[in-house]
Write a protein that binds this ligand. Structure first.
Ligand code: KG4
Ligand code: ZN
Length: 356
């Protein structure tokens, strides 16, 4: 096992310089786009050699959602120790790294800049190649973490707190967006609905838990754009429907609360499954990837399993721990691109609205 860096601070002077730049592995990846400070080390075959995810949920829960300024500050405070911990888990020191990568967007710009600047500083100090990674590509490819190459072509459903995308992926970087949300993302529908119901942030997790004992057919919530000809989504009507219910009947508790959660969840899952089935029919591609924070949802996982069995699809779901934000997915995507010779310059800027 390699020796830990004995000098003060991770950028400490006088330690061994970077290994030959010929292989980008082991690759250190950093993710700070929202409210998780995460780092991972990825090996040559796409395997995760070490991983740390430090959540800021407790800090933001007091405010009912992510406070951007607070999130950036938390990343600054946590990042150095998160990186030290991940290197220790991987049995490496900085001198053993082949490259470094960080999320460059989309996300909260102040948060992105913390991770990206850190990676750039490390690359500069250590003479390491660096790559800025698209967070959405990280999510999209997360189900293939651990394998040397994703299996293309596939139809990807990316459902997170900020995005709802149906993507036809033909190769690394060859992505065609078939449909996206016109308003709220699927995760926002969970979070906003949960907030109206008086549930703690992050709402998706709370709704998932309460829905386990609820009746999904108790309330008939709207399925936005379900019958539209295109593959677009709309979830904003759901929050309004839940809000109207609370206006008329008061904030629910007990069985009614569980029934509301199950019905809200069912409306979201129903649309996601049926639009994906439509995309399979339209594209003729039946390898289906389901990923992003909402893909951690128990009912969604089960519903896609059934739909895949019925439709004869090959289903790839991200493992639960890699559905929500993490650095393993960033490192995995970075590794694939770096192997294809891609590098970023040190002047690379964060891009909060970056598309896939
Ligand atoms: O991918 P992610 O961690 O961050 C973004 O890139 O947005 O996704 C976070 C979203 C939040 O809206 C959260 O409520 C939702 O994923 N989420 C869930 C579950 N776990 C996380 N939604 C439904 N059920 C869950 N179990
Ligand atoms: Zn994400």
């Amino acid at each position: 096992m390699a020796q830990r860096d004995q000098s003060p601070g991770l950028l400490g002077l006088g330690v061994a310089s970077a290994t030959s730049a010929s292989s980008p592995f082991p690759l250190l990846a950093i993710e700070t786009s929202c409210d998780e400070t995460a780092a991972a080390v990825i090996g040559r075959g796409g395997e995760v050699l070490g991983e740390v995810i430090r959540s800021q949920i407790d800090e933001h829960a007091l405010f009912g959602g992510v406070v951007p300024e607070l999130a950036s500050r938390c990343h600054v405070e946590a990042l150095e120790s998160v990186v030290a911990e991940v290197l220790e888990r991987a049995g490496l020191d900085l001198g053993g790294l082949g490259s470094v990568a960080a999320t460059r967007g989309p996300g909260l710009v102040g948060c992105l800049l913390v991770g990206l600047s850190y990676a750039q500083g490390l690359a500069l100090a250590r003479g390491l190649p660096m790559l800025g990674v698209n967070h959405l590509e990280g999510h999209l490819l997360a189900p293939f973490i651990g394998s040397p190459e994703p299996q293309f072509p596939f139809l990807g459903l990316v459902v997170s707190g900020g995005h709802t995308l149906l993507v036809l992926a033909r190769g690394v970087g060859e992505y065609e967006i078939l449909g996206e949300t016109r308003d709220d993302a699927a995760g926002e529908a969970f979070d906003k609905g949960a907030r109206v119901l008086g549930l703690p942030y992050p709402g998706g997790v709370a709704v998932d838990r309460l829905a386990q004992t609820g009746n999904p057919a108790a309330f008939d919530f709207p399925r936005g754009m379900l019958h539209s000809k295109d593959l677009a989504f709309s979830f904003s009507g759901l929050k309004t429907a839940v809000w109207q219910h609370v206006q008329e009947h008061g904030v629910p508790s007990g069985q009614e609360l569980s029934d509301l959660c199950a019905s809200l969840q069912e409306a979201i899952v129903d649309v996601l499954v049926r639009k994906t089935a439509k995309a399979v029919a339209a594209s003729g591609v039946d390898r289906v990837v389901v990923t992003g924070g909402v893909a951690a949802n128990s009912r969604l996982r089960g519903a896609f399993e059934s739909a895949a069995a019925d439709g004869g699809w090959t289903l790839h779901r991200a493992e639960r721990r890699w559905c929500t934000d993490n650095a393993a997915m960033i490192g995995y995507a970075a590794g694939l691109r770096m192997e294809r010779g891609e590098r970023s310059g040190l002047e690379l800027d964060a891009s909060s609205g970056l598309g896939l």
